[in-house]
Design a protein around this ligand. Structure first.
Ligand SMILES: Cc1ncc(COP(=O)(O)O)c(C=O)c1O
Length: 315
């Protein structure tokens, strides 16, 4: 009988987090024929995004050391994917979840989180994710005993989930083959945790952080560090390079991935792959070959409703 990791029997939805597939992209970088390009399909996590990993680890670590108990409400600020992950895991473990998010996040995000029984609190849409951070801090300060506030921006369990999970799986799948890693900065958990582990590898792996090129951008999930509250877990010395990617380039790459690779992905994934292709073309010229890995953070259908409107009137 053939047994594969993805056909395994599970006893909890939490056990479905991680062990995501690593897909070789064959058609996206024709100018770099000798560079292998891999995309780690984090949308295959049960909550649909890369954020299932840190949410799971932050909750498990807090349950283990007593910061989270059954009488407390989990509260955090999130523009979406972490909120979906908290909501899914909270429902599975019987933990109440409250989320603070800017009022203008997509209807789909609100509907998905509320479907798990999560309560939503809205912050000023003009203040973006930083406004949601300020509001959640105020709520927790008023009643600290009532809440467990994981604070994904400063919680070391966030990057640790990627150190022990994402990076370990990439090394397990590719071993010494991988030469470059590239991913975008949101909380920076994916970049920090994965890069820390890859930098420890016996052979050197060059790790690049993708950042939105503009302060006002349309790459949901990513942060323009210079104009944002910098997450305490972010260590600016860790990336070997920062690669700015524009909103248009990220959006165009999402469309192209659907058209030529059959991949329906969100815009931060478009930006990640745009960064990976830029890097692959440079490696082709400088070294004649290599192996680049990047991350598919979530699926494009989460952005379907406002996609055309935003593109036409905002960007
Ligand atoms: C769609 C999407 N892309 C990218 C990221 C960035 O990941 P990280 O927070 O690990 O930097 C997030 C984080 O919320 C996200 O939701």
């Amino acid at each position: 009988m053939i047994r594969t990791a993805r056909s395994r029997r599970l006893s909890s939805i939490l056990d479905a987090v991680g062990n995501t597939p690593l897909l070789k992209l064959e058609r996206i970088a024709p100018q770099a024929p000798d560079v292998e390009l891999y995309l780690k399909l984090e949308f295959a996590n049960p909550g649909g995004s890369v954020k299932d990993r840190p949410a799971k680890r932050m909750i498990e670590d807090a349950l283990a050391d007593g910061r989270l108990t059954s009488d407390k409400i989990l509260i955090d600020s999130t523009s979406g994917n972490t909120g979906v992950a908290y909501s899914m895991i909270g429902a599975a473990l019987g933990i109440r979840v409250h989320l603070v998010m800017p009022k203008n996040v997509t209807k789909a995000r609100k509907d998905i989180t509320q479907a798990f029984g999560t309560e939503l609190i809205f912050s000023d849409p003009m203040e973006g994710s930083d406004g949601a951070i300020r509001l959640v801090k105020k709520i927790v300060e008023q009643e600290p005993e009532r809440y467990f506030y994981p604070d994904q921006y400063s919680n070391p369990s966030n990057p640790l989930a990627h150190y022990h999970g994402t990076a370990a799986e990439i090394l397990d799948a590719l071993g010494d083959k991988i030469t470059h890693f590239v991913t975008g900065l949101g909380t920076s958990g994916t970049m920090m945790g994965t890069t820390r582990r890859l930098h420890e590898h016996t052979r050197s792996i060059y790790c690049v952080a993708v950042e939105p090129a503009e302060a006002l951008h349309g790459l949901e999930g990513l942060k323009h560090m210079a104009s944002s509250i910098v997450p305490p877990i972010y260590d600016a010395d860790l990336p070997d390079e920062i690669l700015p990617i524009g909103t248009e380039a990220g959006w165009d790459m999402s469309d192209k991935l659907a058209a030529v690779e059959g991949l329906n992905v969100g815009h931060s994934t478009g930006a990640n792959v745009a960064g990976a292709v830029t890097l692959a073309e440079r490696i082709q010229k400088q070294h004649g070959g290599g192996c680049v890995v990047t991350i598919a953070c979530d699926r494009g259908d989460r952005y379907c409703a406002p996609l055309k409107w935003e593109r036409r009137y905002v960007w």
